[in-house]
Design a protein around this ligand. Sequence first.
Ligand code: WTA
Length: 568
Amino acid sequence: MSNIGSYEEQIKDFDWSISEKELGYKDGDVINIGWYCSDRICEMGKADKTAFIWEGFGGQKKQYTFNDIRLAGNTIGSYLRGLGIKDGDRVCLFMDRIPELYLGFLGVLKIGAIAQPLFSAFGDESLHVRLENAETRAIITQRKHVKKVRKIRDSLPHLEFIIIVDHDGKKPLQEKEIAFSLKDADPVEEFDIFPTKAESPSVLHYTSGTTGQPKGVKHVHYSLIGQYLTSKWVLDLQDDDIYWCTADPGWVTGTSYGIIAPWSLGVTQCVLDTGFSADAWYGFIAKHRVTVWYSAPTAIRSLMKAGEEAVLKHDLSSLRHLASVGEPLNAEAVIWSEKVFGLAFHDTYWQTETGAIMLTNFPGMNIKPGSMGKPFPGITGVILDPETHEPIQEPNKPGLIAFKPGWPSMMRTYWNNEETFQSKFVNGWYLSGDRATIDQDGYFWFVGRDDDVINTGGHLVSPFEVESALLEHEAVAESAVVAKPDDVNMEVVKAFVTLKPGFNQSAELELKIMNFIRKKLSPLAMPQEIEYMDNLPKTRSGKIMRRLLHAKEWGEDIGDTSTLEDDD
Ligand code: WTA
């Protein structure tokens, strides 16, 4: 039995108060996600239930009950409070997927501070722009990542504390650095959780746009109302499930559905902090008897590549529900998963900005492979005409995906960038920035993004950020960055560059430039290919025609270049 009845039944008379009631929340009450994810579950009699099973490289393993995560959240919260960190302060979590990342998230929320998770593979420049924009006061990190923080700390006046969770005492701590070990700290049993309200800020996730610096998406504690119910109905999480969300909490899926979803429902979750390999992933599912699995199309395509033999080596009979998010889930992947696991991946669509699932294939719903499904109850989703911004009534006609604002987990603004936030609304609709069609049965079908952002393996990369970083390389005179098609990642980053006088085109230089970007930004943003050009195509006003280069990569008709010029 799944948690919901038929889609039609569920959508009738839907009201978010269903979620509020289940969580025992009333308008005006205190609502703190840290408390909901640990203390409340303990109060419900599940203190000794396993909350978290963690595995790292080299077979390291840790396990925590709900009482353990409650105490750890208190202990980290109390430590931060002792440093003088208070509600509203931004605390960055810059770690691999180690337990301190998950437990630190609870601790930060419990004191009413704002959790700012950042992907640990970010290079110093990616880190710098995000910490600078958020005026972050403390960063919690690991020894292996502290070098990147040291490089930029002097130009971050608001950064007061660099907290290292695994300092071994071998090398002296440097300026602003302090060591904190959860293992050695006295567990804090009684703790005054900060009384955050619905609109108190909770999480700040950075997302990349086509132009300008990355934007800090501000979420609030009330987002729980949406995250809780979508987890229950879409992921179908139930009391005896063992849940695995493969996303990194540096990105929104890893927090909304990799921390808040399972723990606010009192469900056991497991995390694997090692690189990808089909054998390791299947082995992990088999070992922990994973029942519900939330993953991403790139991972699924990589598993497809590994073939059916890899599946047959493991006992995956525990699996009962599969879901996917982050990029287009192609029909073949759905059909394949049905064949090899006996279960179809249920596609879901949402964004950092929406905070929770917006479009979905519900358990029990007839899946049309390749479609993103239908709006979650309470969500009004439409396709707008790109010119008039009026909803298109005709089926199968492409336009802009838009939603009627007002769902609980919607972002509240972009940090220090209200203007860009406001620009996302037209005619009373929130514009997602994606294009799709709706068929005669109300199913949404993804067409593409409405901007130049590159979605590589489910991670958004800004061409602007990569172009700017390229210009910092001594050999690069001009740069243009576009997506290039890729079998597994769907898109990868490709750069076109012209060189400064005195530099010669060579494979060695290409590697050097790639590495430069990997270190500065991240492995995701690193161009997989660099093409040297004598001149980049430009408009009459001198702007680089990125779209022309994009069309070339995708074998598309370049069409009338005069319109491209106008567009730019
Ligand atoms: C894309 C991730 C096709 C889309 C939760 C969106 C998808 C962006 C799907 C958000 C899907 C997400 N099918 N495309 N099912 N889900 N996307 O902010 O372009 O990292 O706008 O949030 O990913 O990415 P973000």
